[in-house]
Each structure stands twice: as structure tokens, then as C-alpha cells.
Design a protein around this ligand. Structure first.
Ligand SMILES: C[S@@+](CC[C@H](N)C(=O)[O-])C[C@H]1O[C@@H](n2cnc3c(N)ncnc32)[C@H](O)[C@@H]1O
Ligand code: SF4
Length: 468
């Protein structure tokens, strides 16, 4: 459903909120929004046309002592709450995340505390009363923030991310930029050469700036789609000693003893082996070419090497009902990995699944997500990072859980914008965080492997510019 606004600052956020209330196919009415600002008073007029037509005018004051940037953020937040109240009353719906549309709910709450707008102990009440979150989600934010307190902010601590955007095959739900192995097979060795070239440039940068690499994360895609030799060629160029070193193996069918040996030899401390579901019929349906047996074999192999293990699952996969999801949770708990990440299915336009909408049903999904939180908690897991994506079923979220405080620092850093990230490889997005100036700058490498290879020198130059 379309929202038209006279405010460039607000239009996108308001439209995002509207999209959370209505499915694409539903077009019962249109909304026109007009914002007027006089002195420090903001007046929003929302005109709803169609079946539920009406005109709503609401105002609020901006404190004059605030900076322009802060006033802009307040206008967005307050205007969204006003629209939320209107849409909620005309549809009778309440959204789990209330008026929040951003992808980082914890960062949202932390910023409120850092700017002195609320006190730490009032986070839950504020999120419920002022931003309309459900009590459950507000408590989830509060608890997650508590678990993030262990992370130190220091502009000299940086994370290194290496992207391997290649997968054995494409999963039907996925919209990540990643190429199928067979389509880039001939480019892989040159790609590794370029990644090594970029890593060597990063070495100089790290030395020059006296940075300390706190964590390393090799993600994708599916990094273990590379052969053991290719992995070794890459890993032997990484000479840092981070406190945490993750390789997102992901697809169990790419994991072999030889590859795990290489990971161990070069200091990897954490890997992920992702079942997504323990229902074999779903695995086939979503195009994952592995079985439960593959997951179990990869898992017991990895246990021999003493890695911390993360396992990803997705709530809301096609044709999965609550009972199937419940079984996935109990299988996971039998395995008892250090980390479990529970995603909620998000269906973006670029996913194959977009054309199979009839297999999707979001009725059971809130129950699944709530069940996972309760069951994992009962078994000693605590939430330590949260993020939301566009088009997630039920407007829900992804939550990373850890037992025994084995939180993945990289995940917290990257979601909460705590440390700078030097990203290497195609589609790597580097972020420079200025903790004390409250500023972030970003630079993105070319998205696709062939372009990245062609323009490697430019990638290196841009990186130096960002960090110098
Ligand atoms: C960057 S992907 C890479 C993981 C790895 N390639 C794999 O598939 O095992 C990280 C995780 O995001 C989740 N994910 C990917 N696409 C998703 C989608 N459309 N909706 C919800 N979660 C998704 C999956 O759980 C996946 O394991
Ligand atoms: S879910 Fe993982 S393996 Fe599947 S296509 Fe996406 S990145 Fe690749």
C-alpha cells in the first residue's frame, strides 16, 4: 500500500511501517501524509482514502535545545508512533515491534540511553509505552543489551571480515549475493589471489594505524565450498591473533575432516554448521542438498576439534507447521551447540521462493519464535544479539543465543556498530566507527566476483581512504 508524503526525511520510514501492517497484495487504502513544522511544533496530517477513510491530525513539540540531527531523529520516531496508533486502531492489529522499523532494535534502545533520553532501568517500560513494542520484545531487548555489556568500545580495536560469496547451490529462500559454485568455478583461484592482495594491503593499514584485530569472521556464502588447499592458501596469509576467529561453514555437506584440520591449524575458534531445519522434506523443498545425517556427521567431526559451534535455523520455512519446528528445536537441544541462531523467514524479491508464496503461512510463526525463546532459555541459552530484516514473516526478527556466555563478539560488534570492520572480498562492506564522535563511515567493495577481480586496486585504494 502506497504512502505519499511531503517530507523527504520521513517518507521512507513511514512507508516501511505501512508495509509491516499490510501484505503487498492488500491494497485497501492509500495514505497521504503532510508534515508542517512551525517554530518547534511538528504537525502531521494523515489522510486515509478508501474503505477506512479518515483524516488524522497530530502534533508534538521538539525541544529547542536539541541539535538539528537529534530533532530529525525525534521527528522520525514520534511521527512513526503517531502513524502506528492510527493504523493499529483502524486495522485492530498490534505489531510485535510496535512502531520500530529499523533493523537494530538493541542499538535503538542503547542510543536512547547514551543520549540521556532514558535511564537504563526504564528501557522496557519506554519501549512498551512510548514505542509500542510488545512486553515480550521489550524484555528481549533489555536482556540482550545486558548480555552485550561485556563488549569494550575502543577505536583501536577492529574486526576483520572476509567474504566468500560462493555456495554449492542456491537455497530457495536466500537473497544474499552469492554465486553458485559451478558458475564461478574457474574464477575461484584468481579470486583468492585478489583477496590475498587486499589482505596484504590491510596488513599495512593495520600496522600504520596501530590497530588491534579483535575478531576475524570469514563468511559468505559458504566459505567451506573452497577446497582444503584453497582454504589453506587463504588462511596462511592471516597472521593476527584475534580473541575469536569464525568461519561460517554453513552447509554441512561442504565440511570434511581435511578442511577442519586446516581451520584448526590456522587458529579458527568458532564455526557454524547450519541445519536450518531437521525436516528432510523441507530441506529438499528449499534446495539444501544435505540430510540430517550430514549435519550429525559434520557436527561430531567438528566436536573432535573443539570449535565453538553455531547452528542456524529458520522459523516459517515453506509448509512447516509448529510441530515440525518444535522437533527441530528439540534436535538442536540434544546436540547442545554453544550458539543457536533462530531466524524468521524473510522473503525478498530476489529469492526463488518469491514465486512460491502459496507455500508460506505466517500463522504459526509467532508461536514458533516465542517457543524457541522459552525453550532455549530453559536450557541455559541467552539472547545476545538481535536483528530484523525487511519482509520477515509476522514482522518478527532474528535472535542469536549463546550458552555459558559464549557470545560471538563479531556478531555483536557488527550489529551494534561497536567496532570498525575492515571487510575484504567481493561485496565486503567496511565500516569505520568513530565511537567518541558518534559517527560511522562506510565503503562497499564491488558486489560480484568478476568486477571485484577487475577492480581490485580500486578496492584497496578506497579502503585506505576510509581508514586514513
Ligand atoms: C549469510 S547466511 C550464510 C549461511 C550459510 N551459507 C548457510 O546457508 O548455511 C546466514 C544465515 O542467514 C539465514 N538466512 C538466509 N536467508 C534467509 C532468509 N531469507 N530468511 C531468514 N533467514 C535467512 C540462514 O539461517 C543462514 O544460515
Ligand atoms: S542460505 Fe547459505 S548456502 Fe543457501 S544460498 Fe544463501 S548463503 Fe548460500
Amino acid at each position: 500500500m502506497k504512502l505519499t508524503s511531503n517530507s523527504e526525511d520521513l517518507a521512507k520510514d513511514l512507508q516501511d511501517l505501512v508495509n509491516l501492517f499490510f501484505k503487498e497484495s492488500e491494497e485497501p487504502f492509500e495514505i497521504f501524509h503532510e508534515e508542517k513544522i512551525k517554530n518547534n511544533e511538528v504537525t502531521n496530517k494523515f489522510i486515509i482514502s478508501g474503505e477506512k477513510q479518515g483524516e488524522y491530525v497530530k502534533s508534538f513539540e521538539l525541544e529547542s535545545r536539541r541539535t538539528d540531527l537529534h530533532k530529525k531523529s525525534l521527528r522520525k520516531r514520534r511521527s512513526k508512533v503517531q502513524l502506528y496508533d492510527i493504523l493499529s486502531s483502524i486495522t485492530g492489529k498490534k505489531l510485535p515491534w510496535g512502531s520500530l522499523t529499523g533493523i537494530r532494535p538493541c542499538k535503538f534502545a542503547r542510543d536512547l540511553v547514551d543520549r540521556g533520553e532514558i535511564k537504563d532501568h526504564l528501557i522496557t517500560e519506554t519501549l512498551v509505552n512510548e514505542y509500542k513494542l510488545s512486553m515480550d520484545k521489550a524484555k528481549l531487548v533489555f536482556q540482550t543489551l545486558k548480555n552485550q555489556k561485556c563488549i569494550i568500545r575502543n577505536d583501536n580495536l577492529v574486526d576483520l571480515y572476509i567474504n566468500i560469496p560462493i555456495c554449492p547451490t542456491r537455497c530457495s529462500y536466500c537473497s544474499f549475493i552469492s554465486s553458485e559454485y559451478k558458475s564461478v568455478q574457474n574464477l575461484i583461484d584468481t579470486y583468492i589471489d585478489c583477496v590475498i592482495k587486499e589482505l596484504n594491503a590491510v596488513k599495512e593499514l593495520v600496522k600504520e594505524k596501530a590497530y588491534i584485530i579483535r575478531t576475524i569472521y570469514i563468511g559468505g556464502g559458504t566459505p567451506t565450498v573452497l577446497s582444503a588447499e584453497q582454504l589453506e592458501r587463504l588462511l596462511k596469509e592471516i597472521l593476527y591473533q584475534p580473541t575469536e576467529f569464525t568461519v561460517e561453514c554453513g552447509r554441512p555437506d561442504t565440511i570434511t575432516r581435511e578442511k577442519l584440520e586446516v581451520l584448526k591449524k590456522y587458529g579458527v575458534t568458532r564455526i557454524s554448521i547450519n541445519p536450518q531445519t531437521f525436516c528432510e522434506a523441507t530441506l529438499k523443498r528449499i534446495g539444501r542438498q544435505h540430510s540430517n545425517k550430514d549435519v550429525l556427521e559434520a557436527y561430531s567431526l567438528a566436536l573432535e576439534y573443539d570449535f565453538d559451534i553455531n547452528m542456524d535455523i529458520i522459523a516459517g520455512l515453506p509448509l512447516e507447521k509448529f510441530g515440525i519446528f518444535k522437533r527441530t528445536i528439540s534436535r538442536l537441544l540434544e546436540l547442545y551447540p554453544q550458539n543457536i541462531t533462530v531466524h524468521t523467514l524473510s522473503v525478498k524479491n530476489s529469492a526463488i521462493l518469491k514465486n512460491e508464496q502459496e507455500t508460506l503461512e505466517d500463522k504459526d510463526v509467532p508461536k514458533m519464535v516465542e517457543y524457541s525463546l522459552n525453550e532455549l532459555r530453559k536450557n541455559g541459552y541467552e539472547p545476545y544479539y538481535i536483528y530484523r530484516q525487511k519482509h520477515q514473516l509476522g514482522g518478527l526478527e532474528n535472535v542469536g543465543y549463546a550458552r555459558d556466555k559464549r557470545f560471538c563478539i563479531f556478531n555483536i560488534d557488527s550489529m551494534e556498530d561497536i567496532s570498525s570492520i575492515i571487510a575484504v572480498g567481493a561485496n565486503g562492506i567496511s565500516k569505520r566507527i568513530y565511537n567518541y564522535e558518534n559517527k560511522i563511515e562506510r565503503e562497499q567493495n564491488c558486489k560480484f566476483i568478476q568486477d571485484y577481480i577487475n577492480r581490485i586496486d580500486e578496492m584497496i585504494e578506497k579502503k585506505f581512504k576510509l581508514f586514513s
